[in-house]
Design a protein around this ligand. Structure first.
Ligand SMILES: *Cc1c(COP(=O)(O)O)cnc(C)c1O
Length: 383
């Protein structure tokens, strides 16, 4: 057994990040400023979108994307129950109703075939989630959104590196939201980004993200001289700081190399678990890039002999951290109380919710860490 606990989702922070953060601290400008601008530019270029707007979380990115799409009270927004609560919470923040549509058990993504039946005269937008980094069927979603006059806002918190069959995630939707939370593929501790090809939306997003003020606050105090600002709406405090951007710039430079390492670990897991009674992730769809954010296995008690929750605690005792992504959002008390959802509404998502477990998959892991995970999983799954 391992001596130390293998932390699930531990970020890899290199010397470059440390140097960049220290340089920012020494520069005297630690708020929203030039580093945020550089990070936005680097991200925009990486994704291939016209515009990128940095914010302080993906939750903020989703909230603002819904607001510039004019989603508000009385509206409905379609999303998946197999996601982090932030996706649905952001919809609730606008006053709109989160309308869940069940997933495809194989891809874990919203089932595009089921969306049309959930569209009503109140539906304004669709918020698909590229679960674990597997891109949704964007060709299908785009055609549907266009035909029904809906805005497509992607939750790409897992999908920085993903490509769909119609192009890079972040360059092909109306608005795409990314996360740089500590466990994500690029980390800034807390942080998010919105990409879009519409400049008018990008301008509005910037105003919404900083109190509704029409001039960047940091420019007010720069050597260009003081400028008055105008408050055009009751905006939010969602701006990213230069300290966060200083982490993100070098992190983004390593994003593709990191993906290659996770592909390596992923394929090692696939081989090692082939003969076990666990369901491992389906291979990526032809013509796509899967960002390999989460390696999820399904623990079925009938097959494995113990429940998923028991599997998680036994892994913990073997000093292997793991995650559960996710308990389906419609099973959470707020959603049951407020929107009248209940168990039985989305059987596919519930099937996954009851069985899924995410194994450590990070570039900080050594080969020995990977072997330790394999040994622990094999021993618990009865090999
Ligand atoms: C992490 C995550 C979010 C929220 O991201 P934050 O940056 O922490 O706000 C939203 N959706 C999904 C699918 C996530 O995994």
């Amino acid at each position: 057994m391992r001596d130390d606990f293998l932390v699930f989702g531990a970020p890899y922070i290199g010397e470059e990040e440390i140097a960049e953060v220290v340089a920012t601290l020494r520069s005297g400008w630690i708020g929203t400023g030039p580093k945020v601008g550089l990070f936005e530019q680097a991200f925009r270029e990486y994704v291939g979108a016209e515009c990128a707007v940095a914010v302080n979380s993906c939750t903020a990115a989703l909230h603002l994307s819904l607001l510039v799409s004019r989603v508000g009270p009385g509206d409905e927004v379609i999303t998946t129950p197999m996601t982090f609560c932030a996706t649905a919470n952001a919809i609730a923040h606008t006053g709109a109703k989160p309308v869940f549509v069940d997933i495809d058990r194989r891809t874990l993504n919203i089932d595009p075939e089921r969306i049309e039946a959930a569209i009503t005269s109140r539906t304004r937008a669709i918020v698909p989630v590229h679960f674990a980094g597997r891109p949704c069927a964007m060709d299908h979603l785009q055609a549907l959104a266009q035909r029904r006059g809906l805005t497509l806002i992607e939750d790409a918190a897992h999908a920085i590196e993903s490509w769909s069959t119609v192009g890079k995630i972040g360059a092909v939707g109306d608005l795409t939201c990314f996360s740089f939370y500590v466990t994500k593929n690029v980390v800034t501790a807390e942080g998010g980004m919105i990409t879009t090809n519409r400049r008018d939306w990008a301008e509005q997003l910037k105003v919404y993200a900083l109190h509704g003020m029409t001039h960047d606050a940091w420019k007010r105090y720069s050597d260009e001289g003081y400028k008055h600002y105008a408050v055009e709406l009751a905006g939010f405090k969602y701006n990213m700081t230069d300290i966060q951007a200083s982490l993100g710039i070098p992190q983004l430079k390593r994003v593709e190399a990191n993906l290659q390492r996770r592909v390596q670990i992923w394929e090692r897991y696939d081989r090692a678990f082939e003969d076990l009674p666990l369901i491992t992730p389906a291979p990526p769809e032809v013509g796509t890039v899967h960002a390999r954010h989460l390696y999820t296995v399904l623990v079925d008690r009938e097959q494995v002999g113990i429940t998923r929750d028991e599997f998680v605690s036994r892994l913990h005792r073997l000093r292997i951290g793991s995650g559960i992504h996710y308990v389906a959002v419609h099973l959470q008390p707020y959603y049951q109380r407020t929107w009248d959802y209940r168990r039985g509404d989305f059987p596919e998502a519930e099937y996954i919710s009851d069985r899924t477990l995410s194994l450590p998959l990070g570039v900080k892991m050594t080969d020995q860490d990977v072997e330790d995970v394999i040994e622990a999983v094999r021993s618990l799954a009865g090999a």
